[in-house]
Each structure stands twice: as structure tokens, then as C-alpha cells.
Design a protein around this ligand. Structure first.
Ligand code: SF4
Ligand code: SF4
Length: 340
């Protein structure tokens, strides 16, 4: 029988309430952006002489365009003037992942928030967490990487000139309007697909994020480069397995030395719940120093805010598409569909 260890109680305050507040603030920001964009579309539709404000933040929902713009910047050293905010949002998300792993998913992403709420709801209904069999879980997890490979390999095969041609194209310029129309005039098929995905996220925790989100796949790869990792102290750990029980990514934290996983979202649930002082910490793996939880979430938010804020401050944030171009392209968007 295992000998019971004496331990010093962990009296650090949990940070899950703060995580919820930060997530909620980002969701509110996205809703605000959505409302402003709705008024912009309304002014286009009404043929207003002066268009309403178009919020550049909407470009955060154009990941393909942002990835192309990112690669275009790497090849050419130029910030493409169409959807530059998308480029800076993607850069900020990658920087956040370099700082604290896949933390964007659990601290800032509005889709991650919805999926998490769906999972919480599911656990309340079923009274437990439903986990798919391991033999099914592994191949399903690879789906998001296949999707990422499909998009990234097509983009990385393009030259700077080809990327520029796409980024300059009417199709890319009105991609945000097309996305708006996709949701405002949603087809029955798309509605059913989204509903099924949401339902699956109620039944299986993080279904969308764990199996299908190519953005999450990209950040999972970047997260391996992050020096901030969850570290279990084997000497002081009392093997209660509470950390594993609460992990939304189904990681066996109680068996790990250092959590090195593309699924860890740095949500800090495991660190919060650990009853032993410093048995589970966030560690900077190079210097092996503990990073206080408050520095983790402050770093995540500040990294995102500083990069997007700098883009605003230096005048790189706003689209260089003139209102007259928006009016012309909006009226001809049916033709753009045919041409693409
Ligand atoms: S290992 Fe810890 S920080 Fe990572 S996802 Fe699981 S609970 Fe969150
Ligand atoms: S919560 Fe995990 S790390 Fe903390 S004592 Fe229990 S098993 Fe060990």
C-alpha cells in the first residue's frame, strides 16, 4: 500500500473566475464588432452616400486570408493593405502561443468559450464527462492537422506574386461581407452542420477544438516552442489525480513530469485544483523558475493587446479599401462568386 505523504496545503487563489471574466470580455468585444459590422453592411445595402464604420477587428474571422497575408509578409517584407488587422490578430495569437502554449483557445477565443460552455452544460446533463475510446480519439485528433495541412500546403506553395494577386482580388476584399452573408442567410445544410457540431461539443468535451479546428492545430504546433509548461513535482505530489480529473483536454497530468502536449490550453484548471503547495506549477523550462499564475494570464492578455494596439498606433490596422470600392464590389458580389 502507498504511504500517505504529509503535505503543505496549496493556498494560492484559483484563477478560473478571472479566466471566465477575460473570456467573457472578449466575447463581448466580438459581439460589439459584429453589431458595428452589421451597421456597415446595412449602409452598403441602403446605398448610403457615407458608409458606416467598418470595424477592422472583423478580419479576425478571416483566418485563411490572414495566413496568406502572414506568409506574404514573410516572403516580401510588406504588410498587405487588404485586411491588415487580420494579419496582426494572427500574429498576436501566434505570439500568445509562443508565450504560454495554446492559451489563446482557453483564455481569448470566443469559439473556445462557446465550446467550453457547451461541454460544461453536457457534463451537468450527463453527470459525467464522456470520453471517446482512445482508438477513436487519436485518429479524430489528427483531422484538424489534415485540415491545417490542406490549407497551409496550398498557401506555402504560392509565390509572393501569387499571394499578392489573391490578396488584391475582389474575392478577398469582400471575404468579410461574404462571411456575414453566410451567417445572416444561413442555408439549411450549414445550419444543420453547425448545430450538429454544437451538439457534439455538448456530448464530448471540446469536440470542435479537439478534433476539427485547424487554428487550434496551428497553435498546438507553435505551443511546443513555448517555454511555459505545466510541471508536476513528483516528490511532493500525493497522487490524488485531481489534476487529471479536471483537465478539459483529458491529459494525464498526474502521470506527467512536464506536460508537453499539443492539447494543453494552459487553462490552469489543474494548477488551481492541486491541493499541495507547488506540486503543480507553471514553469519556465529553460531557467526552471516558477511563473506565478497572475503573470501567466497577464502575459496572455498583454501580449495580445500590445501587438494589436501597436498595429493601431502605427497606422497598420486599417484596411486601405476605399468606400467607393466597397460600394462597387458589393453591388457586383454575385459576379465575384462566378469569377472565383
Ligand atoms: S494540463 Fe492543465 S493547463 Fe493543460 S489543459 Fe489540462 S488542465 Fe488545462
Ligand atoms: S492534483 Fe495532480 S499534481 Fe497535485 S497532488 Fe494531485 S496528482 Fe499530484
Amino acid at each position: 500500500m502507498k504511504e500517505k505523504k504529509a503535505f503543505i496545503r496549496n493556498d494560492e487563489k484559483p484563477v478560473q473566475k478571472k479566466r471566465f471574466i477575460i473570456q467573457s470580455l472578449f466575447v463581448l468585444l466580438v459581439i460589439w464588432i459584429g453589431i458595428e459590422f452589421h451597421f456597415f453592411i446595412n449602409s452598403l445595402e441602403a446605398g448610403a452616400a457615407e458608409l458606416a464604420f467598418r470595424p477592422p477587428g472583423v478580419e479576425g474571422f478571416l483566418p485563411i486570408s490572414a495566413l496568406m497575408s502572414f506568409f506574404y509578409y514573410i516572403l516580401s517584407g510588406h504588410i498587405h493593405p487588404v485586411h491588415p488587422a487580420g494579419l496582426f490578430i494572427l500574429t498576436a495569437i501566434i505570439a500568445v502561443s509562443l508565450f504560454a502554449g495554446k492559451s489563446f483557445c482557453s483564455w481569448l477565443c470566443p469559439i473556445g468559450y462557446i465550446v467550453e460552455m457547451a461541454g460544461e452544460f453536457g457534463e451537468k446533463i450527463f453527470g459525467k464527462r464522456i470520453k471517446p475510446w482512445k482508438w477513436l480519439d487519436y485518429p479524430l485528433r489528427s483531422l484538424k492537422y489534415l485540415l491545417l495541412f490542406f490549407f497551409a500546403s496550398s498557401i506555402f506553395a504560392m509565390s509572393a506574386m501569387e499571394l499578392r494577386a489573391f490578396l488584391d482580388s475582389p474575392y478577398n476584399i469582400v471575404a468579410d461581407i461574404k462571411m456575414y452573408e453566410f451567417f445572416s442567410n444561413i442555408s439549411m445544410f450549414s445550419f444543420i452542420v453547425i448545430s450538429v457540431l454544437l451538439l457534439l461539443s455538448v456530448i464530448i468535451r471540446n469536440f470542435w477544438c479537439r478534433y476539427l479546428c485547424p487554428y487550434g492545430a496551428l497553435l498546438g504546433i507553435v505551443s511546443f516552442l513555448s517555454p511555459a509548461k505545466i510541471k508536476r513535482n513528483k516528490q511532493t505530489c500525493i497522487d490524488c489525480a485531481l489534476c487529471t480529473k479536471v483537465c478539459p483536454s483529458s491529459i494525464s497530468v498526474d502521470k506527467a513530469g512536464i506536460v508537453i502536449s499539443d492539447e494543453c490550453t494552459s487553462c490552469l484548471n489543474c494548477v488551481d485544483v492541486c491541493p499541495v503547495k507547488d506540486a503543480l506549477i507553471v514553469q519556465e523550462v529553460i531557467t526552471k523558475k516558477k511563473i506565478e499564475k497572475k503573470y501567466v494570464y497577464a502575459g496572455i492578455v498583454l501580449t495580445f493587446v500590445i501587438i494589436t494596439g501597436a498595429a493601431m498606433l502605427f497606422g497598420w490596422w486599417n484596411n486601405q479599401v476605399h468606400d467607393s470600392d466597397y460600394k462597387r464590389l458589393y453591388n457586383n458580389r454575385g459576379l465575384i462568386d462566378h469569377a472565383s
